[in-house]
Design a protein around this ligand. Sequence first.
Ligand code: AHR
Length: 632
Amino acid sequence: ITVAANQPGARISPHMWGIFFEDINFAADGGLYAELVKNRSFEFPMPMMGWKQTRLDGADASLLVVNRSNADGNNPRYATVTLNNDKGRFVLTNEGFRGVGVEKDHAYNFSIMAHAVSGDVNISAEVVDEKGSPVGHTEPVKVAGDWKTYQVKFACSQTVDKGKLNVVFTGKGSIDIDMVSLFPEDTWKHRPGGLRADLAQKLADLHPGFMRFPGGCIVEGRELLNRYQWKKTIGNVAERQLIMNRWNVEFSYRNAPDYFQSFGLGFFEYFQLCEDIGASPLPILNCGMACQFNSAEVASVNQIDPYIQDALDLIEFANGATTTKWGALRAKLGHPQPFNLKMIGVGNEQWGEQYVERYKLFAAALKKAHPEVKLVTSSGPDPDGDRFNYLTQTMRTEKAGFIDEHYYRPPEWFLKNASRYDNYERGDTKIFAGEYACHIPDASQKDTRPESHNTIWAAVCEAALMTGLERNADVVQMASYAPLFARTDAWQWRPDLIWFDNLHSVATPNYYVQQLFATNRGTAVLPTHTDGKSLAGQDSIYSSATLDADNHRLIIKLVNASASVKTVSVNVLGNTTGKKAEWIQLSGTDKLAFNSIDHPDVIKPSSRTIAWTRDNNLKLDGVSVNVIVVPL
Ligand code: AHR
C-alpha cells in the first residue's frame, strides 16, 4: 500500500471512538453501581425477593412490609421488625447480586435507615462466606428516635466471592427499616455510594471520545410505564423510583426475574462519569415510543409535549446557568459547572412513520431552543433493510445531526462492509455506528463459557470494519461497540466488551481493538491505496492510516483477516524514513481464542520497535490487528 502522509484529508472527530453504556447483563445494579445489596428498599414487586429471615436461639420475631404509597410514591415500602422477646437474634439475610463479593483487608460501609417504634432494638451487620462463617462485622447500634441513616464501617478478613449480608436484630421492641445498603469504601474516585472502581477504570482505560447512555432498549421500556425517565434518576437515592428492567427476562440461562433498576446510577452520575473519563456525554431519550420488539405502545402525538419538555429540561440540567431551574438543581447536586452537553439522542431503534412523526416534533422544538445541540436519530436494527433505508433518506432530508446505525452481524458482514462508506452519499447528516459487534455463529464455538463468543476472530472482523469507518471519517463521526458490560452469571446478551463477576473483570479481544483505535486515533485521514484503490479486503487485508498532528505521529492500521501470514509492503509518501516505529499487534493463532475471568490474558496486545524506512515489508500474522505508529 501507499500511504500519502503528505496529503492529510478529512478531519477525524475527537468523538470518533466511544462507548455505549446500557443497563443490560446487570451492567448497572449488580455491576458498575457498587451497591452490594439487592432489593435494598423492598421495592421489587415481590418485596422480600433476595431476602431471607432466620430466627436463632429462641428469638420470637416478625417482619411486616408496609406500603405507604400515598405518603411516599417513589419509595413506598419499608419493613417493620418486631422482636417479641429479648432472646437470640433475628437475622435478615440478603443474597446480593448472585452473592455478595468482598475482598480481604478492604473496608465496607454498611448503612440502614431506621426509625424506633417501641422498646430497645439494636442492629448489626456481618458478611458471611459461602459456608455461613462471618468474615467481617459491625458492632451493634441502638436505634433511637425518628427516621435516620445509621452508617458503620468495617473490614473483611477474607476474600469471598459469593457471600451474603446478614442484618442482625437483637433486643425487644419494634423498629422500621429501609434502604439497607453495603458499599465498598474504595469506590471509583472514593465517592460514597459510587461506582465499582475496577469497572470504571476499564472504561477510563478505553479513552472514549463519548459515552452514549443509558440505552438501548431500556430507554424505551417494554411499555411506556417502564420507560427511562431521567428526572426520576437524580437527587436522593432513596427517592429514585425503582422500575422493572427491560432485560428482566425469564428464559433458560438468561433468567433474570430479579432484574430491576434502582437508578443509584442515574443521570447525574452518568454525566459525572463522562467528565471523569473525558467522554462527551450522549444521552438518549424516549421519544414517546416503547420498544417496538415488545409492544406497539406509543404516546399519541398530542401527548408528546412532556417527552419533549424532558429533553429541553435535560439540556438545561446539563448546560444551563445555575440561575435556571434545572441548572440550579445541578449545582445543588454538587456540580455548578456545566456538563457541556453537545448531542442528544431522540429514541432508540425506532422505525416507521410513527417515529418520523415524533422525531419531527422533537426536532422542531429542540433546534429552535438549542441549535447548538446536535440531534442523533435512530435508524432501526437492520442495516440492510427497507425500513432502515427509509429512515436514512428521511433523516437526511430532515438534516438530523447523526443517524445511529446498529450492526449485530456475522463475520462475513463485517468484512464485506469495511467498504460500506467508501462510496456513501456525503452530506450534512453524519453516521453514528452506535451499536455493533461481530456475532460468530453459535455452532462454531464448542466452549460453553459465557465469554467464549468474544473471540479474536470476531475482534479482527470488527477491526476490519473499523478501518472502513476511519477511512471515511468525514461521514462516520462516532462509533461504539455494544453491549459494554456483562456479568458471567447473569447475562442476557452476548458478546460483550467487558465481562465481570463479583470480584473480577476481564477485557476481551474486542476491548483491546476498541482501545487500540481510540488511543491511536489521529486527527486527519490519510489516503492508503493499493493500485489506486483503498485496501478493504483485497487478499484479506484491511487498512487505514491517519495523521496525528497533535502528537506528531503517523498511524497505520493493518488487519489481516486470513489465517495465514501475509506480507504487506508499505510505502510512505512523505518524510518518515530513518525512524523507529512502534508496532502494536493483537493476534491469535486459534481463531476461537478468547479471554475469560479464569484466563484473562490469552489475547492481549504486544508491542515492539522496528526500523522504519520509505518502503517497509511487514509480515502480518494470521488473524491479526496491527497498529504501526511512526513518529514524525
Ligand atoms: O445492545 C443490546 C440491544 O441491542 C440494545 O438495547 C438495543 O438498542 C439493540 O437492539
